[in-house]
Design a protein around this ligand. Structure first.
Ligand code: DNO
Ligand code: MN
Length: 378
């Protein structure tokens, strides 16, 4: 069981908080100051992993013995030149791929087991409201399809610059907005087929390096799982997942199956548990969370319990238990609860409380299906 952490001074959650959540063993981390395409330095990797896995003298003095591992990195982001198959933002794809390989080798040397990434054009996950009020006084990430459909990429950026809706996109800090016009132009005419060809080119170099380094790659599905702004998304449907896996068959090339993202298409939500069963052997890491569809393509994120929304989180955990799943799991986004918004405002979706509740729910379901009673001898 893992818990995502954005690093010291970059997250309202601390490693102590994480150690207080029963059942969490793995910190899911990244070097968040690194831009896509940049090499990660070995010393920075080692220092961050030491911080996560070590115990401070102060914690030791308090008698803390429980340690966390740093087995999973989310994410090492893929530079746009790789997705586009051409030089963009001043970097060639071959240089970006070479840097990716160097980073993977260094992570492997440091003991990292799984690297999560995504292959979405330009943006990572997309929501139209990051602090949507729910009737109980909590807030949650929210998606209104019509807002996205009528919004142009340029309009979106203008809104962000103006600070409208408090809308910020993950991975789109103000300094990166400058490159947006170039990217938007570069995607004109790029087809899904082009993206698959570029994806294969990337995997053909990176997967053999992962095999050597002992690192498993897990692609995170598109969130939401359909094209936005006319840019081609290629990791959306079950058939897409199959096609992506078939681009370069290897046990080191698999999925970070995010069932919340996958289920953001209402037609796919009922397929979640079946999709776990179908791809179980190639799932190295999974995000399990719930969303509720509101009609017209709108959805809100909700608590992790199955009956709160449209994602069968129980069926999903049962499918993992029955498949003998040995990969990593984490709750994904959570709502913002118990005055988090006003006291210690977290990163959107990454507060402490609802994710900690999610951990307990997922482990509860897992234990119910996976538990083997002590054998009796009479
Ligand atoms: C959404 C999140 C994503 C994920 C990245 C992985 O469901 O889990 O932001 O971290 O797409 O690269
Ligand atoms: Mn996810």
């Amino acid at each position: 069981m893992g818990f995502r952490w954005y690093g010291e001074g970059n997250d309202t959650v601390t490693l102590d908080h994480i150690r207080q959540i029963p059942g969490v063993e793995t910190v899911v981390w990244s070097l968040h100051h690194k831009q896509a395409g940049e090499v990660w330095e070995q010393a920075e990797i080692d220092a961050e992993m030491a911080r996560i896995t070590g115990l401070s003298d102060e914690a030791r003095a308090r008698g803390v013995t429980r340690t966390l591992d740093a087995d999973v990195v989310e994410s090492v982001n893929v530079h746009e030149s790789i997705k586009l198959g051409r030089t963009v933002l001043g970097r060639s794809r071959d240089e970006a791929i070479e840097n990716y390989v160097t980073t993977i080798r260094r992570l492997g040397r440091a003991g990292v087991k799984v690297v999560c990434y995504n292959f979405m054009p330009v943006f990572d996950w997309l929501r139209t409201d990051l602090w949507h009020p729910l009737p109980d006084g909590s807030t949650a990430l929210y998606f209104e399809r019509a807002v996205v459909d009528r919004m142009t990429p340029e309009g979106l950026i203008a809104d962000m610059e103006a600070g409208a809706h408090g809308l910020t996109l993950p991975g789109w800090e103000p300094e990166r907005l400058a490159g947006f016009a170039e990217l938007n132009a570069a995607y004109v005419g790029v087809t899904h087929e082009d993206m698959y060809a570029n994806y294969r080119y990337f995997l053909d170099v990176v997967v053999p390096a992962c095999e050597e380094a002992g690192v498993k790659l897990g692609v995170h599905p598109d969130d939401p799982p359909f094209d936005v702004f006319g840019w081609p998304r290629v990791v959306s449907t079950p058939d897409d997942l199959q096609r992506v896996l078939d681009l370069h068959p290897s046990p080191n090339h698999g999925l970070t199956l995010c069932l919340g993202s996958f289920s953001a298409n209402p037609a796919q939500a009922p397929l979640a548990a079946d999709t776990v069963r179908r791809f179980a052997e190639r799932i190295h890491f999974t995000h399990v969370r719930n969303i509720k569809h509101l009609g017209d393509g709108d959805f809100t994120e909700v608590g992790h319990r199955a009956c709160e929304g449209d994602v069968d989180t129980v069926g999903i955990m049962k499918a993992y238990a029955e498949a003998g799943y040995t990969g990593y799991v984490r709750p994904d986004h959570g709502r913002h609860l118990w005055d988090e918004n006003t006291t210690n405002k977290p990163r959107p979706g990454y507060g402490l409380y609802d994710r900690a509740l999610g951990v307990q729910y997922l482990l509860g379901v897992w234990d119910a299906f996976h538990h083997s009673p002590p054998s009796r001898t009479s």
